[in-house]
Structure formats: C-alpha cells, structure tokens
Design a protein around this ligand. Sequence first.
Ligand code: 5GP
Ligand code: MN
Length: 343
Amino acid sequence: MNISQDRIDALRALLVRPSQQIVILSHTNPDGDAIGSSLAWSDVLTSMGHRVTCIVPNKYPYFLDWMPGIADVVIHRTDTEGRASRAIAGADIIFCLDFNAISRLENLSQELASNTTARRVLIDHHLSPVEEFDIAFSHPESSSTCFLVYTLIERMFGTDAITLKMAEELYVGMMTDTGNFAFSFLTPELFRAVAVLVEKGIHIPTLHNNVYNAYTEGRARLFGYAINRKMELIEDGTVAYMSLKENEMRRFQFQQGDSEGFVNYALTIKKVKMSAMFLAHRKFIRISLRSRGDVDVNLFARKYFDGGGHKNAAGGKSFLTMEETIAHYIRSVREFAEQGGLG
Ligand code: 5GP
Ligand code: MN
C-alpha cells in the first residue's frame, strides 16, 4: 500500500505535542474492523502519552464483547453522563476510522459540526470520501481499516510498537472485513502483516472462534428462518433479497449483530450475483448489499438507497415502508440490469 510520506510527516507533526486529548470515532453499527482499528490506534496513541477516548454512535455486536479494552469504548446512544460530548469538546485531534462521511455518525454528526475546533484526521478504506479532513489517509485498496492502521504503525513506529493486544485487535478487523480472507484486495503485504501478528503471539483459532462461533440459539434459528422463509430470487435467479421486520426479529430475541452474514449467504448460490438484506429499525430500514465480481453495489447503493461502501459490499437506508422499499429495490435492480450493471 502506497501511503504518502507527506501525510505521514504531517500526522507525525500533529502528534508531537505531548499529552493531547484525542478522540477516535467510528461508524454506526460498528463492526470488527471499526472496533479493532479504533482499539489498536488508541493503544498506539496512549503509549505515546496522549489521552484517548474511543466513541461509537451505537452498540457494537455482542460477539465482540470479549475484546480487551472494549468496555472503555463510549457508546453515544446510551451515554447519559455526556462523556462523548465532553471528549469531543475538549479534543485537540479527532480521528475518524473506518468511515468517510460524517453523516454516518447519526446524532454525533451535530456534535461534531458545532462542538469542536479539533484537527480532523481520516483513516479509512471506503470509496469516495466526501468530508473535509486536515489529513486524509483514504485507501480503498486496503482490505480493512485494520490493515491500513497496521501499515501506518509499521511506517511510523516499526512493528516493535505492536503489542499482543494490538495484534489481536488488528487481526479481528483484517479477518472480518475480508470474510476470513476470502474477498478482494488480498495482497502479499496483507499476509506479511498477518505473519507479523502471528509472531506477536495471536492464536488464530481462538480469535476465529470468539467472533464467528459466539452466537445465541435465537440467531441460529433466525438464520434458518430467514433463508428458508424470507429469501426471494428475482432476475432469473441472479439477484436475491430478504427482509426482516421487527416482529420477526423479536420472535428470535434479535440482538444487534445477529443478522451479520445473512446477506452474504445468498451469494453461496452459484447463479446469484447480487444480494440485499432489508432490516427494519425503529425509524428506517437499513439495507445491506453484497455482490460478486464486477457487479458494483457501491454504485447501486449510492444511486438508489442514499448509501455507499465498497464495490462488493455496501449499504444504505430507506424511509419507506418495508413493502415500498422492496418494490423500489425490484424496480431499481431492473433499471440497473438494463443499464448493464449486472453484466
Ligand atoms: P454492512 O452491510 O456490513 O452494514 O455494510 C457494508 C459496507 O457498506 C460497509 O463497509 C459499510 O461501512 C458500508 N455502508 C453501510 N451502510 C452505508 C451507508 O448508509 N452509507 C455509506 N456511505 N456506506 C455504508
Ligand atoms: Mn472496514
């Protein structure tokens, strides 16, 4: 990965003054990459003598609860003590990790617009960053933000700065964002980085087990229900979608993170090139999109669902009813196909 030396020098200069107040922000519905990169970057900055607060808009999935240090991450939605506001108001530097549009921070966006004069640094791997940052490390060619953070640490401090705890945090994001090393951007550098993490002492089977085999019984049964009863195929079996409404989620004691992986499953069907998941939230419907090969769901999400992400994994939202949202999806897929989007 080619990170500009000028930007690294600028970041180094920003961090020279000792004991600064630093905030690390990551995106709504934080995943393994968001949390792993935030914790590892926080560890580096703390070891430099800075005071760091990690903030996420809402709760991370329970299968990340085991991660050391995760209990210190401030969850803005349930932060009744105002820790997030205070940290943002007092921050010298704010790092935005694993997202590139302040609008993805929900209510935190307003806080960030009004409550701070801090310098802003982006460290992210999503396509098309839209916000202004003082320094931007925007690398869509990085398979995860954790790999980008690893590379930054290596360039700035050398791999000696990586502790076992940091190695575990970084591995979680590398593993989850690449679908366990099965998606795109699997470069030799990534596997060299993993080799270094193994040298630090990470135990890959344990980390894998902690993340992927830690679900509830309800989640397993919801998965069966979603695939069997809710998965629909259109466009001659090449496009899939499924939806879950709140009453269905309640029936299986749904917790944040339980639908992780559902949208990918339709792509195990050989003919399927694109898959969508519609998940009802209190105020809107969250859409997850996945695709194979040249089918660009980042483009699709931007055009039809006010979202974005990566070429083969993107998301968006809809403020229509579930039925209207699905009708809009079916119409949009048709138009997308007519314009050659499905190849
Ligand atoms: P997921 O389906 O796992 O929630 O998201 C897939 C990818 O799309 C992630 O990289 C995520 O950050 C991105 N993404 C999800 N929702 C949105 C959205 O509303 N806007 C943008 N720009 N990206 C999104
Ligand atoms: Mn990521």
